[in-house]
Each structure stands twice: as C-alpha cells, then as structure tokens.
Design a protein around this ligand. Sequence first.
Ligand code: CP
Length: 324
Amino acid sequence: MQTHLRGKDMISTQQWSKSELDTVFEVAKALKRARAVGESHALLRDKTLAMLFFFSSTRTRASFEAGMAQLGGHAAFIESQTTQISHGDTAKEIGEILGRYYDGLAIRQCDWAFGNDYITAVAEASRVPVLNMQCDVYHPFQALADLLTVMERFGDPRGKTINVSWAYASSYQKPLSVPQSLILLMSRYGMNVRLTAPAEFGLMPEIVQQAKENATASGGSFEQLDDFDAGFEGADVVYPKSWGCWMTTEDNEESAKIGAQYSDWIADERRMALAAPHAGYMHCLPADRSIEVTDGLIDGPQSWVYDEAENRLHVQKAVMALTM
Ligand code: CP
C-alpha cells in the first residue's frame, strides 16, 4: 500500500503507478465496507472540494458530493455559466484562487482539444490536488469504478477479455474519454483488451499506443476489430457505448451522418449471447435506450450498470481520502 499520495492529481490513471492504483482499490473496498456496515469514516473532516462543471452530469456530481459528505467534508457545486468563469477567469486564476479556498479541485471540461489542456493548466497553478471529472481525453474515475466492478465479479482480472466497443447513438457526439480511459486502465491489469469500432471511430493514436504498451508490460493483450458481432464473441465483459468520430471530423452534422451508417450497432440480447455465458454488460450511463442498447439487455440479468455506477462513489472517496 502506498502512503505518499497526499497532493497528487488524478487527471489520468497513467500518472499513477500500478502500486498506487492498487492502493486506490484497497481503500475503495475498505470504504465500501465501512459504508455497508454503517461505520463512520469522516477522514476529510473540515475539508472542502470545489466541483467545477462546464458540462452536465448526474452520476459524477452526485457521487462526488455524496462522497465528500460521507467523508465528513463539504463539496461545492460551481457551474461555469453562472460564475465569472464564462466571462474571463483564466485557468491559472482558477487554480491559484480556488486552490487557496478549497482542499481539492474537481473539474469536468469535455470540450474537444481544450478540456484536458484546461484541467492541466488549472493543476499547474493549483496548490491542491486536481481531480479530472471527465475531459476530452480521459474519464479516470469511470474507468476505476469499472475495474473495481470487474474485480468484484472475477477477482483477478488478468486474462479476462473486455470488449470496449463503439455502439450507435443519435443524441450527440460523445467524448472519447470513456473508451480511452478503459483501454488504458484495463491493459495495466493484464486484461485482454479488445477495441471494436468502425474505421471512422478510431481513438487517439497515442492513447492506443499507450494501451498496447501497457498490455505488453502487464502480460495482457490488445486487439482491434471492426465487426460489432465479432467483438462480443467469447468476451467476459462487453462495454458497447457510443463516442464521436472526432479523429475523422469535428463537425457534428458530418459525424451524425457517418454514425447513421452504423445504426444497427445496437447492443442486444442476441449479441450478448455471443459473449461468454457468465459475461457482464457494462455502460457508464447515460445510455441511449433502444438505440445504443435494448431495454432487455440493460435491464437484464447480465447487466452490471448499477454496480458500476455505485462504484464511482467508492473509488472517488478513496482517491479523495488519499490525496486531499
Ligand atoms: N458516467 C458519468 O460520468 O455520468 P454523468 O455524466 O451523469 O456524470
């Protein structure tokens, strides 16, 4: 267990060593147990977290806020449009000033080719840890919650196959951050990572390269497919979700047209039956129901979506308790 994490940012899991990530899971399990048995764990009494949102959220906001309260502290919701941030406060000013008021700064800024740079700039100016609540490149707490969920089901995840797959959705051009954080983290833990997507929906090449290197180092594997059904075959975990074709076009209309060619990429019970009999269906939520996934699958016995949503709370509390 690592005990030197006070002050450390969590912008990507890649910044954390395997041993440090193991510590997060160890603490998350202890905090989950403490909550289950009603044991007080006010580890952050008198501490405050700023939660700065440039984009809407249900789970992230609720779980960080609940988590801070359960740790004995307070979380403040700050929204860019209703503050001076939208009128000119710079990233440096936010880091400097909010870093003097709060004990941690959590930020969601998903704008393409901007969000990660913004969070990094705030972190450079901040004297307190900065936690990435999702940017254009990474969604580290989602991936941590997802891996905790896989570990709860299978124990050691080494050798298990996870299919991180694109699926169709019509709502909007979603960030690459969830699939990118998934392939980065699951490959650190020796999983066989399968990335399935149409050619136009590639991820950032440097992230794919890092995932390949992670897999080599961990004894896992990494493969890429472009056939939706083939991605499900024999997988232990399937994670079909939509993302935008950012590497092909930044134009929303063009992206929607390209995506519509693949409107049959919907996760359903027939495809789930191609996976291993014990396989789980995962999705970070919100899902586009009846478009991205059928109700029968997401509400069915192989769906793990509520456990993974719950685990957001536990991994975030662990990282806050360790870093703040
Ligand atoms: N999965 C996730 O980050 O959910 P929210 O967008 O609702 O926070």
